[in-house]
Write a protein that binds this ligand. Structure first.
Ligand SMILES: *Cc1c(COP(=O)(O)O)cnc(C)c1O
Length: 432
């Protein structure tokens, strides 16, 4: 069990929504910081540890800056993500570029920032050499274990995944880098997404540790760090259990002590690229119930839609929903909670038992979104606002931060119609 709580009471939300109309995302700074500290403490028995926060999960520089203050780095996969990490104050090798089908300009920016470059493919060794006059001092490779590792629902089977080097290519690759004068080496993999099984993550650790030893033996190369990637799940459903950072780190340390230490690689560092468990449980999408509709099913229409949070529509993902002020009321109704997009999969919840919801249309007699219950969509802090889009002329909502002192600030304003038209030039249209 994990309790689905929202940090603000209904009267506070009423007050807040006068200044910042719904929908909006709200993140809890205190909870993010406490979780980050737990992670760093849990992994402290390793000779070196660095969590490179996967920027794509929550690409807001305020959030990244909070994480940087707690000692996290950043994992980036695009030029704008590199710029976000830099903007948030993350420097040098605390930034890792794990991208694929990488354009030269990303490598150039990464190198300018002194970031760790993690290559996705063997051919990128030559591509790097063409891009720069010399190879960087430190290079990391992404490993794709293929049939050696089972995949999971979101990311698929490794042998069908487009990422990474085969085992043979890795061995060849490290030999080649060594011959070309590269001095420092990293090893990375990312094989799962939203995986809650401890054993799965330990197996990934074992796989990389054994591979680091094999690379040492076959290539005469000492791996400086292994990066276990991201993919650690969170308990979206109340009946699920979170993975314990303490147990994960302690079990990984046992594997490390039995595989890495005897091989003479004992100073090797552990890096991770977690995104979802870093911000996911500490962010909520807050919307208002706008309309109710009674046809073959009972519908509640929100002022948010899948352009604000795509996971339910994209993966059929479960997001827990509570109604502000009715947390303890019983689920007497069965609703489909939907958005306004002209796509029938724009549903935050299907046939969900919830307390009776009052809509703005009922409260105000229609027309506006004052009044009506606040619908809180939980665990939206990662891969939430980040996946937003503008299809159907939808404008993405803003982001608020609940500070440690209880105050609330806006850390991204909502999009405006002007933003939507910013890429069009009406003067060209007049001449057309
Ligand atoms: C998406 C991604 C992550 C983060 O994944 P989470 O599931 O959010 O932890 C880390 N590394 C890479 C390469 C990714 O693509």
């Amino acid at each position: 069990m994990n309790e689905k709580k929202f940090p603000l009471a209904k009267d506070r939300l009423e007050e807040l929504s006068k200044k910042y109309p719904t929908p909006f995302y709200l993140y809890d700074e205190k909870a993010i910081r406490e979780n980050a500290r737990r992670i760093i403490k849990a992994f402290s028995p390793f000779p070196a540890f660095k969590e490179h926060f996967a920027v794509k999960a929550c690409p807001n520089p305020f959030i990244i800056k909070i994480l940087a203050e707690e000692g996290f780095g950043a994992d980036c996969s695009s030029l704008p993500e590199l710029l976000l990490a830099d903007m948030a104050g993350i420097k040098g090798e605390d930034i890792m570029l794990t991208s694929n089908e990488t354009p030269a300009k990303e490598y150039i920016k990464a190198r300018e920032l002194g970031a760790i470059i993690n290559l996705d493919d063997f051919t990128h060794i030559a591509f790097l050499e063409k891009t720069f006059s010399s190879l960087p001092e430190l290079v990391s490779f992404r490993y794709n274990p293929g049939p050696l590792k089972e995949g999971n629902a979101i990311i698929g089977k490794p042998e069908e995944a487009k990422y990474g080097f085969t085992r043979e290519q890795l061995i060849e690759g490290y030999k080649l880098l060594k011959a070309k004068g590269v001095k420092r080496f990293g090893l990375h993999t990312m094989v799962a997404s939203n995986e809650l099984s401890l054993d799965y993550h330990l197996e990934t650790g074992r796989l990389l540790f054994e591979l680091a030893v094999e690379i040492k033996n076959k290539c005469g190369v000492s791996i400086e760090f292994v990066n276990l990637g991201g993919g650690l799940g969170i308990p979206y459903r109340p009946e699920q259990e979170a993975l314990s950072w303490e147990v994960l780190a302690a079990e990984l340390k046992k594997l490390y002590d039995s595989i890495i230490v005897p091989s003479g690689l004992g100073g090797m560092g552990i890096h991770t690229e977690y995104g979802r468990p870093i911000t996911g449980p500490y962010g909520w999408l807050v919307a208002r119930a706008l309309h109710s509709k009674h046809i073959y099913r009972e519908y509640i229409g929100l002022d948010a839609c899948m352009a604000d949070l795509m996971r339910p529509a994209l993966y059929g993902a479960y997001h827990h929903i509570t109604i502000s002020g009715k947390e303890n009321a019983s689920g007497t109704e069965t609703y489909d909670i939907v958005g306004s997009l002209c796509e029938n999969n724009d549903k935050f919840a299907v046939q969900r038992k919830l307390p009776k919801i009052e809509t703005a249309a009922e409260a105000a007699g229609g027309g506006n979104t004052d009044g009506g219950d606040f619908v809180i969509i939980h665990d939206a802090g990662a891969h939430g606002r980040a996946m937003g889009f503008n299809y159907n002329g939808k404008l993405r909502c803003g982001e608020l931060l609940l500070r440690c002192d209880g105050s609330v600030i806006q850390i991204r304003r909502p999009e405006t119609i002007d933003d939507y038209f910013a890429t069009l030039n009406p003067e060209d249209l007049d001449k057309f």
